[in-house]
Design a protein around this ligand. Sequence first.
Ligand code: 5GP
Length: 114
Amino acid sequence: MSEETIFTRIIEGEIPSYTIYEDETTYAFLDANPLAPGHTLVIPKEPYERLNDMPPDVIGDVFSTAGKIADAVEEATDATATTLAINNGEDAGQEVPHAHLHIVPQSSEGGPKS
Ligand code: 5GP
């Protein structure tokens, strides 16, 4: 597990973010460089580096949070769908070594809303 990441600092309020949702084990906030308005990241509060490192119950918690907020993310952005994605490891494009699930609102035209 990573000791401290930029995302643990966000959870602790040391770095400002726009919080979407929080519970005992997960945290969701707006991405600072969104692919589309409303682009949200869902993370486990414990700084597991990759999905592979996460216990099944925590993986369940992250997806449960995604399921809870997907409707709200769509409604807030007039999206009709969302893409859920994980860059699972550096060679897959993971830049922050704290596992995270991207929720990207999509438009009816088929691309990210912009
Ligand atoms: P990755 O490439 O690791 O899958 O995605 C990392 C995401 O974290 C990127 O989309 C990036 O914009 C976002 N990000 C990086 N640093 C910060 C930050 O300090 N605040 C917020 N809200 N998002 C960040």
